[in-house]
Design a protein around this ligand. Structure first.
Ligand code: OAD
Length: 233
């Protein structure tokens, strides 16, 4: 059996679904009533900044009413107890992995609780609504936008992620539709460099055929069982 020391885990909206956070590609194809292109592109922000700022203010406010679920907690336990290398890469902009206690974590698509200054380029934690036009704590200009990687923008820390994918023994994808690159291509990179690959999702993702193994079901059930297993081995 393939010895596992080094794990990379990718999560998507499906891991937060059981906490009550809406996924992006629901049955109606809308994200909280909006087309993704109307709220998650730089063009949308230029066209209608008030709508985009209000949308992310609402998403950030809604985090107060949700809690990490069994899947987030299991991954935090794995992070704490796994002696080998581990990297959790999330596409999610919620803070549920952080609140569950994961430390070796990259938010590749940004974070709802962060602002990006259009003047100085610095990122900072936001405590006030973007709609109130708060000042950037670094340069004092009132030019903060949501620190979200929109379509057409470069995800965060891609160098570090690529390095981890190339040297991992196991790549695990949880709760993502596999519709958005570059994250959708991680399985192929990891597999190309020799990793075993496992998918856990409610239904087969777009990239399902690239995985050695697929487990279909709810993250809140599948992930704790998988973590128990891998820590016991
Ligand atoms: P999607 O909404 O595209 O996919 C969520 C996946 O989770 C689907 O395949 C669902 O079947 C699955 N799912 C739903 N409930 C689940 C559960 N309880 N347990 C396990 N799986 C479940 O979300 P993402 O793949 O994360 O980007 O979307 C990727 C990116 O598209 C997002 O990060 C976002 C969006 O545009 C940005 O905002 C930049």
């Amino acid at each position: 059996m393939h010895e596992i020391n080094n794990i990379v885990i990718l999560t998507g909206a499906g891991i937060s679904a059981e906490s009550g956070v809406a996924t992006f590609r629901g049955p109606d194809g809308l994200w909280e009533g909006h087309r993704v292109e109307d709220v998650a592109t730089p063009e949308a922000f230029m066209r209608n900044p008030a709508l985009v700022l209000k949308f992310y203010d609402e998403r950030r406010a809604s985090l107060k009413g949700v809690q990490p679920n069994a899947a987030h907690k299991a991954l935090a336990r794995l992070d704490a107890e796994w002696d080998g290398d581990l990297l959790l890469v999330t596409q999610n902009v919620d803070d549920l992995h952080d609140r569950a206690g994961s430390k070796r974590l990259i938010h590749m698509h940004g974070e709802l609780s962060s602002g990006l200054c259009l003047s100085c380029g610095q990122r900072s934690t936001v405590t006030d609504d973007f709609s109130n036009d708060p000042a950037c704590p670094h340069c004092d200009k009132r030019t903060l936008r949501p620190d979200i990687v929109w379509f057409g923008e470069m995800p965060y820390q891609m160098d570090k992620i690529e390095q981890a994918l190339k040297k991992c023994d196991l790549f695990v994808s949880i709760g993502t539709s596999g519709a958005v690159y570059p994250a959708a291509g991680f399985v192929q990179t990891a597999r190309h460099y020799g990793a075993q690959t496992l998918e856990m999702n409610l239904d087969p993702s777009d990239g399902s055929l690239y995985f050695h193994k697929s487990r279909m079901g709810k993250a809140g059930e599948l992930v704790p069982a998988w973590v128990d297993n891998i820590l016991a081995d």
